[in-house]
Design a protein around this ligand. Structure first.
Ligand code: NAD
Ligand code: UGA
Length: 338
């Protein structure tokens, strides 16, 4: 099997590559990214071919790899809310335009696609649990640019679904709900808002900066440990039974408000030599979303996945609880050499 992973150098791509190399020693991975800094340890592997290709400016270089592979994971995207509001067209060009070309090539060359949709497609849906085939996808007005990511992903979901009907495209859409773990983001980058919330809070403590609770911190997310997510992706990859399915991959047991998350992280940080001093000095402060992200931000108040599909189709259940997930992630960043 030749697996093409576009965005293999990212958080999910790097863990997925590791797992495939570990479990399927005869499988070949073609790994595409603009950066290999998170996958240096995989570069010497014989079955791992890394190619530095920018899929926005150099899509043509990708075509031959699409022709040659058996299955494609198009994981390259911008997934940070600050970029949605500061540079929405950059999000559109990569997350929508470049990925659309991949999908069209998959149709043309008859390749299977395992595509990352997102929990964000449900937007401000009011359901207690978001269901793949019944929950509404609710976004805000056009001036709230935050939704460009959600809309880009939703439109691709719809295009992929339609190609499944019209052209028999073999696809599975998976929807990660706040996956967390080692290599999530660059916590050593000092800019507020450059990363997703867990890595942002860790970065704040590391740089001895106060933690910002945006608009009160009552927003709820369900955090999912990366090994649980990768377990689900492997089941999808190894299954012949999940074509034309949409599957939420999240941990409803790890429901946590952002305020609780901040408090937990500060308590845990005191266990680490590299953070202890800062954690005792910094505060959790309140800020408005307009000040933190800008006026075109709008938030998702509560987001909980239904995982009935994942259980029924994959026999999958997440196992890593909230505290363990945070401690494993913090161990990676703060027990390592830096
Ligand atoms: P990530 O940012 O860690 O990885 C994305 C990778 O794409 C990076 O390595 C980046 O260098 C690469 N990339 C960016 N621009 C590129 C370009 N022009 N050409 C080639 N490569 C480029 O993101 P992730 O968390 O690994 O997410 C992977 C996918 O899953 C994305 O589509 C994301 O939207 C989706 N997703 C992730 C989560 C999550 O919890 N992490 C949740 C929902 C959806
Ligand atoms: C994320 C991102 O859009 C994507 O990474 C991804 O597709 C998706 O959700 C997912 O992981 O399922 P969101 O959860 O809103 O969206 O992004 P975060 O940046 O992690 O923020 C979570 C919450 O923390 C938001 O309510 C935000 O306002 C808040 N926050 C963030 C703070 O209170 N303080 C901060 O410093 C940063």
């Amino acid at each position: 099997m030749n697996v093409l992973i576009i965005g293999a150098g990212g958080f999910i791509g790097s863990h997925l590559s590791e797992e495939i190399l570990k479990k399927h020693k005869d499988w070949q991975i073609t790994a595409i990214d603009i950066s290999s800094s998170k996958i240096k340890h995989l570069l010497p592997e014989k079955k791992f071919d890394f190619l530095e290709i920018d899929i926005v400016t150099n899509f043509n270089s990708l075509k031959d790899h699409i022709k040659r592979c058996d299955v494609i994971f198009p994981l390259a995207a911008i997934a940070s809310p600050l970029v949605y509001v500061q540079d929405p067209l950059k999000v559109f060009e990569l997350d929508f335009e470049a990925n659309l070309k991949i999908v069209k090539s998959a149709v043309k060359y008859d390749k299977r696609v395992i595509f990352p949709s997102t929990s964000e497609v449900y937007g401000m849906c009011n359901d207690d649990e978001f269901e793949e085939d019944s929950s509404n996808c609710v976004t805000g007005p056009i001036c709230k640019q935050r939704w460009i990511y959600s809309c880009s992903k939703q439109m691709l979901d719809r295009v992929i679904f339609a190609y499944g009907v019209r052209s028999g495209l073999r696809y599975t859409l998976f929807r990660p709900f706040n996956w967390i773990g080692p290599r999530l983001d660059d916590i050593y980058n000092e800019n507020n808002g450059s990363s997703r919330v867990v890595s942002q809070f860790l970065s704040n403590i590391f740089h001895r900066k106060n933690i910002n609770l945006v608009d009160g911190g009552a927003q709820v997310r369900c955090f999912t440990y990366i090994s649980d997510g990768i377990d689900a992706l492997m089941k999808i990859l190894e299954s012949n039974n999940v074509d034309k399915q949409i599957i939420n991959i999240g941990n409803p047991n790890n429901k946590c408000s952002i305020k609780e998350l901040a408090e937990k992280i500060v308590v845990f940080a005191k266990k680490y030599d590299k953070l202890k001093d800062s954690a005792e000095k910094i505060s959790i402060i309140h800020t408005s979303s307009a000040d933190y992200y800008g006026k075109s931000y709008q938030d998702v108040e509560a987001r909980v996945p239904s995982i009935k599909n994942a259980r029924a189709l994959l026999g999958w259940n997440p196992i890593v609880d909230m505290d363990t997930l945070l401690l494993k992630t913090m161990d990676f960043y703060f027990k390592s050499a830096l």
